[in-house]
Write a protein that binds this ligand. Structure first.
Ligand code: GLC
Length: 468
């Protein structure tokens, strides 16, 4: 992928975020704001009062692995294939015979997540197709009675626990296989059966596998929160798992929001979920993947705005993670080995927007300048002393005084000058010292905020709409 297409794609997101920031300045929340979900309708007292405790590890973690794996992986045309191609249920059911993940598949996922620097994982225990990867007494459409004759959720849980990885269960409320799954909208008897079935499966998932960290509901169609009895659902979940966190896709706000395929800050805890190519489930013909730089830009944009990033893998039929996805994640992981402090435990609110080649995260008094595109060789250096060599990285509108600066990759000290308008980091190499992103860590005298609007009153643009 060319530099141009990377920057264009990134800037689409930048522009979106910028527009949002202009309309709603608090769209880049401070950590304290992101936590304040106290007024969410639909919460009950236990959920509200324990939220800060339950969410603390997740707020620190910032980065997780999403895994879409199920019968659809056998076809390799994404996880909606049953619906989008209109595959009859008895035909689709035959796929179960062909689902047979290789031994140790789950350990491979967990080891990959660890190498990548992801702190939690979320697996599709049941997707929209209704097939349960876990043992259940409530349907024989499950991986223990069919196909692999193994409890794949147990293998996942055991593998994750062995590595100290936080464990999440994705669960689709919508169910294309259960005969009551659609008719439950209009047929009350069917609704009663289907809601009981759903509560039963959730009860099994949250009883039989020890401590679970996240319940990631998906797609409440066709019922409303009230029709699902979603309040009772959440109460049952918290009774079974007092430390768990739940998302907002059963129709209630839950503990965090889940923007999908976009990075969109909320005034509460949020997590963007994203794919590397276009499919959540394995898509064998889609070879257009994000670059590691794009993945890291997404991750650090989430961190800038105080959110989490849940990045998907779509394993092949035997559970192997596609080689391209492994290679992207390995590069991301290597970068996080040295630069992880720019993401984990960061607090959001480091800037109200972004520079044109960089972005910012912060922790306490530390400002991390993430240089996405290294600013070297500008022809303007011939005419404007501002751009003098060696390369300058400049940041306008920083509120805090910088006390010291260093390159995170090498620890090398970085010289700088600072006035009220601009911080200028000098003596930097012509080539970016790190790849795909170089980080300059600046220790400041107070919690840093980069706000280019600060410059305007300090430095009027003469003749451009200025009074007098
Ligand atoms: C949507 C899709 C689903 C996918 C999910 C991930 O709900 O329908 O296939 O699992 O997004 O967030």
């Amino acid at each position: 992928m060319s530099f141009d297409s990377i920057s264009r794609r990134s800037f689409v997101k930048f522009a979106g975020a910028g527009a949002l920031a202009a309309a709603v300045p608090s769209a880049f929340p401070q950590a304290a704001e992101a936590d304040s979900t106290d007024n969410d309708p639909g919460d009950f007292a236990y959920q509200r009062e324990t939220r800060a405790r339950r969410m603390a590890w997740w707020e620190y973690a910032r980065f997780g692995m999403f895994i879409h794996y199920g019968l659809y992986s056998v076809i390799g045309q994404q996880e909606w294939v049953m619906e989008s191609e209109g595959i009859p249920i008895p035909q689709y059911e035959l796929l179960a015979k062909h689902l047979n993940p290789k031994p140790g598949f789950a350990s491979e996922w967990v080891k990959l997540a660890k190498r990548t620097g992801q702190k939690y994982m979320v697996l599709t225990t049941k997707h929209h197709d209704g097939f349960c990867l876990f043992d259940t007494k409530l349907t024989n459409y499950n991986a223990v009675q069919q196909g692999p004759k193994r409890d794949l959720v147990r293998e996942y849980v055991n593998a994750a626990r062995a590595e100290g990885m936080r464990i999440g269960f994705y669960y689709s409320l919508m169910d294309w296989h259960n005969p009551d799954g659609a008719i439950c909208k209009t047929d009350l008897a069917a609704r009663k059966r289907f809601v009981a079935y759903t509560f039963g499966l959730l009860r099994e998932l949250l009883t039989n596998y020890g401590k679970i960290d996240i319940l990631w509901y998906d797609e409440p169609w066709p019922l409303t929160a009230q029709e699902w009895d979603a309040d009772a659902m959440n109460r049952m979940v918290f009774t079974l798992q007092p430390d768990i966190i739940v998302n907002n896709r059963n129709g209630l706000p839950g503990d965090f929001s889940t923007p999908e395929h976009k990075i969109q800050a909320a005034k509460r805890a949020w997590e963007s979920c994203e794919t590397m190519n276009r499919g959540w489930g394995y898509q064998r013909a889609d070879h257009e993947f994000k670059t590691p730089r794009e993945v890291l830009i997404d991750l650090t944009l989430c961190a800038q705005q105080g959110g989490n990033y849940l990045l998907d893998i779509g394993p092949e039929p035997d559970g192997t993670v596609p080689a391209k996805e492994v290679s992207i994640l390995d590069t991301v992981g290597r970068w996080l080995d040295t630069n992880g402090e720019t993401v984990y435990g960061t607090q959001g609110g480091a800037s109200i927007s972004f520079g044109n080649y960089d972005n910012f995260t912060r922790k306490g008094n530390m400002l991390y300048i993430l240089v996405y595109f290294w600013p070297a060789d500008t022809p303007a250096a011939q005419w404007l002393t501002f751009f003098q060599k060696p390369t300058v990285v400049a940041v306008g509108g920083l509120n805090a005084k910088v006390l010291s600066a260093r390159l995170l990759k090498t620890g090398q000290k970085v010289e700088f000058t600072q006035d009220e308008i601009s911080l200028r980091l000098t003596g930097l190499p012509e080539q970016a010292p790190d790849d795909p992103i170089t980080v300059i860590a600046c220790e400041c005298d107070q919690p840093p905020v980069v706000n280019h609007h600060r410059i305007r009153p300090l430095w009027p643009r003469y003749g451009v709409g200025m009074p007098g």
